[in-house]
Design a protein around this ligand. Structure first.
Ligand code: GUN
Length: 298
């Protein structure tokens, strides 16, 4: 059975955050204040709370000022809107992130449009979405998980992804669509598959690069993977693990990892693959936003 390379997202993310920490020291010295990231959490979704805590922790670790605003699930639309507007108007805040998903009564698209594109460290504002779609990836803030996924793919495939047959399984605004745009910008031939795609297995089997972002535990099986393909597993699914004891759970990806070993050329583990990269890219976007905003105002 051929060896499958396990892509160490944790180590690659740590290298990135070390570099960001060094740049942050210089930024803070030059500007008299550190980059500042504000994260808004609405409601008490357990997974979102963990993600937000990790974002705040890493922000503090690289030397940013970190603000976390936690609001109840039944928050009035106006209170949330006022908070975003106040953070956006605050010159000392460089990055604003609203953790998704939001409670159903909040108009997500309307809220995200209140964040200035230059403070939109998630890359979800229509202006940043449009920049990515029209190939302006240099100045724009690009979504963190897709950007981290492409970086992990490059760590195995090399920097030139031209001509590679890639499939993105999932078409969410957060991952699937921007991942497809980024891969297109890298000159890949991109297939976007989703819940209505017919004969998904044969389409995945044709790809040299698979980005799995469907949110269904271990949906992509080992015999769906082309031998030697690079597999980036974006899924983070908590499932029951009775083998560990009554009531225990574990995290699994969208790919059946154990089956993919020995078939894939390389694969990201869950946890320890894409997850840490998402946070590292958020730090990179915040530093980028801080630099752009302070350069403009000087
Ligand atoms: N929920 C899941 N992933 C993300 C992300 O990258 N950004 C935000 N804001 N919410 C998310």
């Amino acid at each position: 059975m051929p060896e499958t390379h396990i892509i160490d997202g944790k180590a690659i993310a740590a290298e990135l955050t070390d570099d960001i920490a060094r740049q942050t020291t210089a930024f803070t010295h030059e500007n008299g204040a550190p980059p500042c990231l504000a994260v808004i959490l609405v409601g008490d979704d357990a997974a979102s709370a963990v993600y937000v805590r990790n974002k705040g922790r890493t922000a503090a670790k690289v030397g940013f000022r970190s603000i976390q605003e936690t609001l109840p699930a039944d928050v009035a639309d106006e209170r949330l809107t006022d908070l975003v507007k106040a953070l956006d108007a605050d010159d000392s805040v460089h990055g604003i992130l609203v953790q998704l998903p939001l409670p159903a009564h909040i108009d997500e698209a309307k809220l995200l449009e209140l964040i200035s594109p230059e403070k939109d460290v998630d890359g979800f504002h229509p202006v940043n979405v449009g920049r990515l779609a029209s190939g302006q990836t240099d100045g724009a803030l690009t979504p963190c998980t897709p950007a981290g996924s492409v970086m992990l793919a490059k760590s195995y495939l090399g920097n030139d992804l031209s001509g590679i047959d890639a499939i993105v399984v999932g078409r969410s605004n957060i991952v699937g669509k921007p991942a497809a745009q980024l891969l297109l910008a890298e000159n890949c031939t991109v297939t976007i598959a989703h819940s209505r795609t017919t004969d998904l297995k044969s389409k995945v089997l044709a790809a040299d690069l698979v980005v799995a972002a469907v949110g269904r535990p271990e949906m992509i099986r080992g015999d769906w993977i082309k031998p030697g393909a690079c597999v980036i597993d974006v899924g983070i699914n908590r499932v029951g693990a009775p083998d560990l004891g009554a009531g225990k759970t574990r995290l699994v990806g969208d790919v059946a990892f154990a089956e993919a070993i020995g078939v894939a050329g390389a694969i990201t583990p869950v946890p320890g693959g894409v997850g840490p990269m998402t946070i590292a890219m958020l730090m990179a976007n915040t530093l980028k936003a801080a630099k752009a905003i302070t350069t403009k105002s000087n």
